[in-house]
Write a protein that binds this ligand. Structure first.
Ligand code: ZN
Length: 242
């Protein structure tokens, strides 16, 4: 099977459209979304509709969850909270209904899927360092765990001999004897100084992972954000990629 894995769309319709177009050329069997469909950007409902149409499985992200339970808003910084309040005001009942049914994690083939971290999916922990990864390798049994949340693509490996390694390569060969924690980056708000949308493909037959970067017209997204008076910080973030 070839799975396209997308994450952290954040209401960015232009980035999502560009990524879905790119996926069309990659002959994948299904598209999986690891959550945070909404938050930050100007097109929450349009993104929910595209995700509904294109993804065979979508998980719950922390921004999605905060739209259902506003007590969660305390955990966000001012920019994120302000954008979430705007999002909550603008979500349609059908978008809310879709979001309310999203699961926190799922297992498919030999892949565990979660938005933030396998150790405690609803705690929204960040896997940033090797120390974080080493804890989390104990919380999934599969060959691979894919996740998002940090908006930074990275691959942590637990080797058969007990060693650990980290890689920022766009392509790796999957060894069934190892375990992998793979972050597929963010479609709608990359934070690695690269404005291009990120997503990954896992091929369980050829046994490899490939990260793709896709350019999109972020100026159009920025224009809409200005119209809706979303924060300048979030607007500039799209072109700076950080
Ligand atoms: Zn996110």
């Amino acid at each position: 099977m070839r799975y396209a894995i997308i994450s952290d769309i954040h209401s960015n319709f232009e980035a999502l459209t560009a990524v879905l177009d790119h996926i069309q050329t990659q002959m994948v069997d299904s598209v999986i979304c690891l959550g945070d469909v909404v938050g930050y950007g100007p097109n929450p409902n349009e993104c929910v509709e595209l995700i509904k149409l294109n993804c065979s499985l979508t998980l719950m992200g922390n921004h999605d969850f905060a739209c259902l339970d506003q007590s969660e808003l305390d955990y966000f910084n001012d920019y994120a909270r302000q954008a979430l309040l705007w999002t909550i005001e603008n979500l349609t009942p059908s978008s809310i209904q879709f979001i309310s049914k999203l699961p926190l994690s799922e297992k498919l083939d030999d892949i565990f899927m979660v938005h933030a971290s396998p150790d405690h999916p609803s705690a929204w922990n960040y896997i940033m360092s090797m120390d974080d990864a080493m804890i989390n390798f104990n919380f999934f049994e599969t060959n691979i765990c894919v996740y998002g949340h940090t908006h930074l693509s990275i691959i942590f490996t637990e080797e058969e001999n007990g060693g650990y390694s980290v890689s920022r390569e766009a392509h790796i060969k999957i060894d069934k004897k190892n375990k992998y924690l793979i972050n597929v980056g963010s479609v709608g708000q990359p934070r690695d100084y690269n404005s291009k949308a990120a997503y990954g493909i896992i091929d369980t037959v050829d046994q490899h992972f490939q990260l793709h970067r896709v350019a999109y017209d972020y100026r159009l997204t920025q224009e809409k954000m200005r119209q809706y008076r979303l924060s300048d910080f979030l607007i500039h973030r799209l072109e700076n990629g950080r």
